[in-house]
Design a protein around this ligand. Structure first.
Ligand code: GH3
Ligand code: MG
Ligand code: MG
Length: 291
């Protein structure tokens, strides 16, 4: 216990306590500090003792009235452990913050990485959809036509060869009529599969109409392409196409032609392949005609 008007010398405040008592008189309600003057840290804490009604019986003669600050209660606690703990806590807070920020950054990086992956995947998927015929998985009309045009330009530029094969399933309308449209789709997929299996790596294949397919074969002569068309025709003819209740094989007709110096556009070669296909149909179907 300490007081500015101490009766007992033991209650005499030291410097810190005196200043605290003076500040209590100005309205302060508690004070504390870590005192390091003795070399070791000491936690000091002071609360004011306020005169109440009951105190006046003894302290009235000192001139106190109710509400006055009579003194204070001052405690000192060795704070070596406390300051060490505060330091440890501070270090721990810094470590926690660094770890938390690290985890958040890693999470953010992971999410961004995932998102980029997804976008990349979506982009690839969209690209695939844009060039693919949904039913057969072959290249669609637009894409195979673009590729054929590019190959035409390349062949003209380099003086190379380019052959086209136009294939059409024979009497396909009857397949649909007799076996149903769903079975017809099955036939289209099977024919596409046989064609893929018969191609060389540099041949380009696409579905350009309902039951019509185009193969562009860069570097092939007319004879090469006619041979390729014949092998594919035979493979398709030999293929048994079946579901659980019915089985069928189909034939195809093919028109084959090669780039000539008179072809001013890619469409000119395509038209000639179409003419050859028309001839194949005219001559009885299930055959290859080269022109
Ligand atoms: P040709 O031997 O002269 O080629 O006779 P075709 O019956 O094959 O030819 P046509 O052009 O008369 O008939 C083609 C049929 O192909 C008509 C159409 O219903 C069918 N078709 C077109 N696209 C699809 C498809 O995606 N699925 C199915 N199942 N049928 C299709
Ligand atoms: Mg047909
Ligand atoms: Mg047709």
């Amino acid at each position: 216990m300490i007081s500015l008007k101490n009766l007992n010398p033991l209650n005499k405040p030291d410097d810190f306590e005196r200043k605290a008592l003076e500040r209590f008189e100005q309205g302060e309600r508690e004070l504390w500090q870590i005192d390091r003057s003795s070399g070791k840290p000491v936690f000091r804490y002071i609360l004011p003792l306020v005169i109440e009604e009951a105190c006046l019986s003894c302290h009235r003669q000192q001139g106190y009235k109710q509400g006055d600050i009579r003194g204070g209660v001052s405690v000192m606690i060795p704070a070596e452990g406390l300051t060490a703990q505060m330091r440890t806590n501070r270090n721990q807070i810094v470590i926690d913050a660094v770890v938390t920020i690290g985890i958040l950054l890693a999470l953010l990086y992971f999410l961004a990485w995932k998102l980029v992956g997804r976008l990349d995947e979506t982009q690839k998927r969209l690209k695939h959809i844009a060039v693919t015929d949904e039913l057969t998985g072959l290249k669609n009309r637009r894409h195979i036509m673009e590729q054929m045009n590019k190959e035409y330009q390349r062949a003209v530029r380099t003086g190379g060869t380019l052959s086209l094969i136009l294939l059409d399933i024979d009497n396909f309308k009857q397949v649909n009529d007799n076996y149903g449209h769903v079975f017809g789709d099955r036939v289209l997929r099977a024919v596409a599969q046989e064609m893929v299996g018969g191609l060389r790596s540099y041949d380009l294949l696409g579905r350009i109409g309902g039951e019509e397919f185009l193969i562009a074969s860069p570097g092939s002569t007319l004879d090469d392409a006619a041979g390729l068309a014949e092998r594919i025709r035979q493979k398709i003819k030999d293929r048994k196409i079946s579901d659980k209740i019915q089985e069928l094989s189909v034939t195809v007709s093919a028109g084959v032609t090669s780039l000539s110096e008179h072809d001013a556009t890619a469409d000119a070669i395509l038209q000639r392949a179409d003419d050859a296909l028309y001839l194949a149909k005219q001559q009885g179907r299930d055959r290859v005609v080269s022109v």
